[in-house]
Design a protein. Structure first.
Length: 145
């Protein structure tokens, strides 16, 4: 019988022990509580629904899910929230926006709305923890302390 090297182990020995399952975790700023559950608005995801409720509470005039350059059907884009009084296109950058297709649609949407005089502002997940002050910063209203 050939001598075994002390550095080799049978394959089954490698699979013994606790298994670690890696999964995506929500990232929130340190010391901040988790966001409360909300009822989603039909046609919007949970983060977009949070933005919808914040805009309503702040009494800001807005239109949601506005098509640009033919919208999704003709290969254009769709604005999440248009604030016509401020000429702002307010976008939430979810996971879709990181894909190649999402970036291409974002470029088409941005070109379309910038040509109409809108300024593009993007909200990220970290902005959801202080949403109302962030929206007030974007529109240029003073933030109450």
């Amino acid at each position: 019988m050939p001598a075994r090297s002390p550095f080799t182990k049978p394959a089954r020995k490698l699979l013994v022990g606790p298994r670690i399952n890696i999964r995506a975790r929500k990232v929130r700023p340190p010391g901040v509580q988790a966001l409360a559950d909300i009822v989603p608005v039909p046609g919007l995801n949970i983060p977009e629904s949070r933005i919808y409720y914040a805009l309503r509470e702040l009494r800001i005039n807005f239109q949601m899910q506005v098509n640009a350059f033919g919208g999704s059907i003709l290969g254009g884009g769709r604005a999440d929230f248009l604030l016509p009084d401020y000429l702002i296109d307010l976008e939430y950058a979810g996971p879709f926006h990181g894909t190649t297709e999402g970036r291409a649609r974002d470029v088409l949407r941005n070109i379309s709305f910038e040509a109409q005089g809108y300024r593009i502002e993007t909200l990220y997940e970290r902005d959801l923890y202080r949403l109302k002050p962030r929206i007030l910063e974007i529109v240029g209203r003073p933030v109450a302390v």
